[in-house]
Design a protein around this ligand. Structure first.
Ligand code: HEC
Ligand code: HEC
Length: 224
C-alpha cells in the first residue's frame, strides 16, 4: 500500500504543479499542447518577460489562421514557423479549441506607466486620433479591448512588448494576413510614441472580465 502511494507521488505532484497556475476547473491540456507549454504556459497564460504571448481566450478561428500564417510565412517568425509547420489540420483544431476555451490570466503589471502615456494610450484606444487617421482600437476590438470572435483578438492584458512588436511587424510587412488589411492600415498611421503609449495602456487593462468563446463573448465585468 505504502509502496503504491510512493510510486504515485510524482504523478500527483506533477498534476498539482500543472494545475496550480489557475487551480481550477478546465480540462487537462491535450498531448498536442505539450510542446507549446514551455513558451506559452500549460494553460496558455504566456510568458510576458520572454515576449511569448498569451493564447488563453484567443478565438479558435484566429488561432487556426495564425498557425497557418506562421507555417506559410505570411506571418514571419522563425520560432513559430518551426512549431506550426509539422502540425496536421486535426492537431491545429485541437490546439485552437483548447486555448480558446481557457480563462484569461493577467501578466505581471508593468513596472510603471508614465501618466502622459496613459492619457495618450487611452485616447487612441477609446477615441482614436481623427487628424492622424487612426480609428479607435475599441471600435474593432470591443470596449475594454476584450475582442470580438472570430476575427478580432483580445488585446487587453497582453504584454506591451508583444503588442508593440505586432504593430511594428505590420508596419514593416513581416506580419500579414489580417482581414482586409485592417491592422496594416491602422499600424501604418501610428508613430513610435503612439505605439508605446497605446500598448502600455492596453497591457495594463484587465481582460479577465471577458471569457471568450468562438461564438459567445460572455462579459462579466463592467462592459456590456
Ligand atoms: C520556443 C517558444 C515557443 C514555442 C515552443 C511555441 N511558441 Fe507560439 N509563439 C512564440 C512567440 C515568440 C510568438 C510571437 C511571434 C510573433 O511575435 O509574431 C508566438 C506566437 C504564437 C501565436 C500567435 C498569438 C497571437 O496572439 O497572435 C500562436 C497562436 C501560437 N504561438 C501558438 C503556439 C502553439 C499552438 C504552439 C505549440 C504547438 C506554440 N505556439 C509553441 C513562441 C513559442
Ligand atoms: C478596423 C478594425 C481594427 C481597428 C480599428 C484596430 N484593429 Fe487591431 N486588429 C484587427 C484585426 C482584424 C486583427 C486580427 C489580425 C489577423 O487576423 O491577423 C487585429 C489584431 C491586432 C493585434 C494582434 C493581437 C495578437 O494577439 O497578436 C494587435 C496588437 C492590435 N490589433 C492592436 C490594435 C491597436 C493598438 C489598435 C488601435 C490603435 C487597433 N488594433 C485597432 C482590426 C482592428
Amino acid at each position: 500500500m505504502r509502496q503504491v502511494t510512493l510510486r504515485l507521488m510524482p504523478l500527483i505532484a506533477g498534476w498539482a504543479v500543472l494545475c496550480s497556475p489557475i487551480g481550477s476547473v478546465h480540462a487537462a491540456p491535450p498531448t498536442e499542447a505539450a510542446s507549446c507549454a514551455a513558451c506559452h504556459g500549460a494553460f496558455g497564460e504566456g510568458l510576458p518577460a520572454e515576449n511569448y504571448p498569451r493564447l488563453a481566450g484567443l478565438p479558435a478561428q484566429y488561432i487556426k489562421a495564425q498557425l497557418s500564417y506562421f507555417a506559410d510565412g505570411t506571418r514571419k517568425n522563425a520560432i513559430m514557423a518551426g512549431m506550426a509547420k509539422p502540425l496536421s489540420p486535426a492537431q491545429i483544431t485541437i490546439l485552437a479549441d483548447y486555448y480558446a476555451s481557457l480563462p484569461v490570466t493577467m501578466p505581471a503589471p508593468a513596472a510603471s506607466v508614465a501618466p502622459d502615456f496613459v492619457a495618450r494610450g487611452q485616447q487612441l484606444a477609446e477615441f482614436g486620433d481623427w487628424k492622424a487617421g487612426i480609428p479607435a482600437c475599441f471600435r474593432c476590438h470591443a470596449a475594454g479591448g476584450v475582442g470580438v470572435p472570430p476575427y478580432f483578438p483580445p488585446i487587453a492584458g497582453q504584454s506591451a512588448k508583444y503588442l508593440a512588436d505586432q504593430i511594428t511587424a505590420w508596419q514593416t510587412g513581416t506580419r500579414q494576413g489580417d482581414p482586409q488589411g485592417l491592422m496594416h492600415s491602422v499600424a501604418s498611421r501610428m508613430t513610435a510614441v503612439d505605439t508605446q503609449a497605446v500598448t502600455a495602456y492596453l497591457a495594463a487593462l484587465k481582460p479577465a472580465a471577458a471569457v471568450l468563446g468562438d461564438t459567445q463573448p460572455v462579459l462579466t465585468g463592467g462592459v456590456q
